[in-house]
Write a protein that binds this ligand. Structure first.
Ligand code: ZN
Length: 882
């Protein structure tokens, strides 16, 4: 790829100063999509635009056949450099036609092509954000050059062919293909356009809403997935959430749904959760559950449906001008996903998993050396691609939640309505939203915005309790916070709640119940909770109760002692979720030993009623054992986690979510515990059963993968399992299993395949990485450390950015052991990383960012291991803040 593919913000700004784009007509010839010998498809674009300068350029990645500018043929060899088509001699009004061959993709970028192993059928879909529509058509690829798009698609007959707007004509042709023409879109950014084609299974639905003029808005709904997944598609459940969401947003956003129809397509080998293409939303088909799924998984799906739906207004109707303000739409949609779940669907507990899982993502990202303000500095497209991160989504949404606590829900929605009304079909930046919110709330948000949106870093919040005997003398909430980029202290304004909890006896035994709740505004270093003075000394003080603000909470020593013994007795799910979050942050910060965290999960996990939180706890426990525990204790802790998971699996109610979560935890931990192999075999053969536990494909494959990682399965056995599950997912899981053998030749072969561009699809890259990076195989993968650093720049240059990012992130030698007497920063892999960074100062910033982050996570794990060395057994039951 030529470097001109990496469009800069300055170039985009200059281009939008010069151009007004009217419309595109795009003709795609997908008639030979089923022929895998055809790597390309025909793409003809005619774009009409006004220009105030004689030259500009179109973006396209592929092979250009011809370029006609205002009726004049231009030689592609002279005007096309592999990424840009230079246009010269422009007039006030222009028409340019580009005829080209575009490439089918296997990386999920551009026009992805997938052949279903279950039935041999071919499926296509597009995925563009931030800048991959240029892999399909010649286009001015930047969000603020909105235009109307008219698509026409030639595809095999019998296929579903979809785009953002409804089809208005479909004509059969003599060669057995059909040409489908779609209605012209309203003004749209190119990254939001979409084409989906293939023999998709379709379920129709309908929603209608009242218009401001008293009329009715009718919106046809469609839910689609691959034909071979049709039996697993619970379309009615999806449509129910869809209608609930449309009701909610229609009422609260003021502007009627703007895109005519609403199709939701579950597509194979998808790189993300979903994409908000107006009227044609694409989702990962992991949301079509072919194995047993927990309520948390259904909740996550509903959340994603609502997130994308919120984007129909925020992101699609009104679009951030450039990627610096990506957060504007993502934070808003992320917030709305949870808010609308609670307000409009059965998932009224959505904030519980948000507080625990979503915020963990934000805290993790925000403590990396590469953290950035929510309002980011995105100089070019490669930086944009890296910025779909925990700050943009989860921290932004957390801070919006704090903003709602600050200005009130009504003002927040009133501001949003004004913003949609004023900027419909336009492009905006942060100022436009703040202006609308200030207008609605009457509050000056300048300082709030400066402190929350334009600084980086995570505040730490703690309570200081002083007591006279059994009475509180004083309760003070303190914050500490800095911007890690500048080293400057930043004290942010918090509206937050403090909960006081007492230990009482009730019907179910001991219970930790909230006796008082105080809401305070913390603007400086501390604030006293005056009302608490004189109250009985509480067993637990929970800062940021109800999760209004964003910050790591450290428990005071008495509260930590209480939760060690009684966390399971805390009846309120959101409060439990927040305490678990505090404990995990303390573990990651080397304040709470990893062994203690594991002990807490195994003792109090069974009391956890929220399956998203419970699933998170078991995943964290695995990370604690593999990365944060001292090496000498690792095997012992692995055994504890495995035994604990097994015991809880048997104790959990038959058919419950908890049973599934503990079974998954057992499978993961078994992959590092040779003694577990006979039990896994028993479960697979049916000689050992757990009442109510479905031995479905997902669970069976996870057990086979564990056996393979231990070297306790044969290739024949894995092939035999595949013969019974020759599906897309089965094929991928089989690949993960055969890549998991503890064998030097298997590692070498995986390495070669992974580093060969185009050898594997995106999903198969992931499956192979899963096998290669088995935590039990540290010694087998150690010889690849030097090769990794030597290969980094080649990986970046030769793979698409999506695949390259996965390889750089997951092949990093992350499993390293602290050595007594050696400082974490003297670890050889840390040093090797530092050297690479020094020697490659000129490497692409996005690549350097990934290496910086991996090095930092390694340092963090070594520090936690070191702390565990210092606190071997007793791990100080009393004292020490966590
Ligand atoms: Zn989004």
């Amino acid at each position: 790829m030529t470097t001109t593919a990496n469009l800069t913000r300055a170039e985009a700004a200059e281009r939008s100063d010069r151009l007004t784009v009217h419309d595109y007509h795009v003709e795609l010839d997908l008639s030979r999509a089923r022929d895998l010998g055809s790597p390309t498809f025909g793409s003809t674009t005619t774009v009409r635009f006004a220009a105030t300068a004689p030259t500009t350029f179109l973006d396209f990645l592929g092979h250009v056949r011809s370029v006609v500018v205002n009726g004049r043929e231009v030689d592609p060899a002279a005007c096309y450099d592999g990424a840009r088509i230079t246009l010269e001699g422009l007039e006030a009004e222009n028409e340019v036609t580009v005829v080209a061959d575009a490439l089918y993709s296997r990386s999920g970028e551009g026009m992805h092509r997938f052949v279903d192993p279950a039935d041999g059928e071919t499926y296509l879909y597009t995925q563009y954000e931030p800048a991959d529509s240029r892999r399909v058509m010649a286009v001015f690829e930047q969000p603020d050059l909105k235009a109307r798009f008219a698509f026409a698609v030639v595809a095999p007959s019998g296929w579903q062919v979809l785009s953002n707007q409804p089809a208005f004509a479909a004509a059969g042709r003599a060669d057995g293909t059909v040409r489908t023409e779609f209605a012209t879109t309203p003004p749209l950014s190119s990254f939001l356009t979409a084409v989906v084609a293939g023999p998709y299974h379709r379920v129709d639905g309908h929603w209608s809403g009242r218009l401001p003029d008293g009329g009715t808005l009718d919106v046809p709904l469609g839910v689609l997935c691959r034909a071979s997944l049709a039996e697993h598609l619970d379309a009615e459940a999806i449509l129910t959430v869809t209608r609930q969401g449309l009701d909610f947003f229609h009422e609260h956003f003021g502007t009627p749904y703007p895109w005519g129809k609403y199709d939701q397509v579950f597509v194979p080998e998808y790189n993300l959760g979903a994409m908000e293409n107006p009227g044609c939303v694409t989702f990962t088909e992991a949301y079509v559950f072919r194995s047993a799924a927990t309520r948390a998984q259904y909740q996550a799906r509903a959340n994603t449906i609502l997130h994308e739906m919120a984007h129909m207004w925020f992101g699609d109707l009104v679009t951030p001008r450039w990627w610096d303000d990506l957060w504007l739409k993502e934070s808003f949609a992320d917030y709305m996903g949870a808010h609308a779940s609670v307000a409009a669907t059965e998932f009224t507990d959505a904030w519980v998993s948000f507080a625990n899982r979503r915020k963990a993502w934000a805290y993790t990202q925000d403590q990396l050396p590469t953290t950035h303000p929510i309002v980011a500095d995105i100089p070019d497209l490669e930086a944009a691609k890296q910025n779909f991160d925990g700050i943009t989504y989860a921290k932004g949404a957390s801070v919006l939640k704090q903003l709602v606590a600050y200005v009130g829900t009504d003002a927040f929605f009133a501001g949003a309505r004004a913003y949609f009304a004023e900027h419909a079909y336009g492009s905006t930046s942060l100022t436009d939203l703040l202006t609308a919110l200030e207008g609605a709330s009457g509050r000056d948000l300048g300082e709030w915005s400066r402190l929350w949106l334009q600084t980086a870093g995570t505040p730490t919040l703690r309570a200081e309790v002083e007591a006279d005997g059994e009475r509180v003398r004083s309760l003070v909430v303190r914050q500490r916070g800095g911007d890690p980029r500048t080293g400057q202290e930043v004290l942010r304004p918090h509206r937050l709640a403090v909960g006081l909890y007492d230990l009482v006896e009730d019907d179910g035994g001991a219970a930790l119940v909230r006796s008082h709740r105080f809401e305070v505004e913390l603007t400086g270093e501390s604030v006293a909770v005056a009302e608490a003075a004189g109250l009985p000394r509480p067993a637990l003080v929970l800062v940021n109760d109800d999760d209004l603000t964003y910050g790591k909470v450290r428990l005071d020593p008495d509260s930590l002692s209480t939760v060690r013994e009684h966390l399971g007795a805390l009846r309120e799910p959101l409060a439990r979720s927040l305490v678990w979050s505090a404990l995990w942050n303390a573990t990651r910060d080397a304040v709470l030993p990893a062994a203690d965290y594991l002990d807490l999960v195994l003792r109090h996990g069974p009391a956890e009623t929220d399956s998203a939180v419970l699933a998170g706890l078991t995943l964290n426990a695995g990370t604690a054992v593999e990365r944060y525990a001292p090496p000498a204790r690792r095997d012992e802790l692995r055994l504890l986690l495995g035994k604990g998971s097994l015991a809880h699996l048997h104790e959990a109610a038959p058919g419950s979510d908890a049973q599934l979560v503990w079974a998954r935890s057992l499978a993961r931990s078994a992959a590092t515990t040779p003694a577990a192999a006979p039990r896994l075999r028993g479960l697979l053969s049916g000689s050992e059963t757990v009442v109510g536990l479905p031995m479905d494909p997902e669970l069976r494959w996870s057990l086979w993968q564990a056996l393979a990682a231990l070297g306790a399965a044969t290739l024949d056995e894995l092939d035999e399992e595949l013969a019974h599950d020759r599906t897309a997912d089965g094929t991928t899981q089989h690949l993960a299993a055969v890549s998991s053998f503890p064998d030097a030749d298997v590692k070498a072969a995986s390495w070669e395949t992974l580093l060969t561009p185009g050898a594997l699809s995106n999903d198969h890259v992931d499956a192979t990485l899963t096998g290669f990076t088995q935590p039990w195989h540290r010694e087998l993968t150690a010889p690849f450390t030097d090769r990794y650093f030597d290969a980094l720049r080649g990986i970046w240059a030769r793979h698409s950015i999506e695949i390259a990012s996965r390889l750089v992130r997951r092949l990093y030698p992350a499993y390293q052991d602290v050595v007594p007497g050696r400082a974490p920063q003297d670890d050889p892999v840390v040093q090797r990383s530092t050297r690479w960074l020094e020697e490659n100062a000129d490497a692409p910033a996005a690549l350097r960012r990934l290496v910086l982050e991996a090095r930092d996570e390694l340092l963090r794990s070594l520090r936690a291991q070191e702390a565990g060395l210092r606190a071997p057994e007793a791990s100080s039951r009393e004292g020490g803040q966590a």
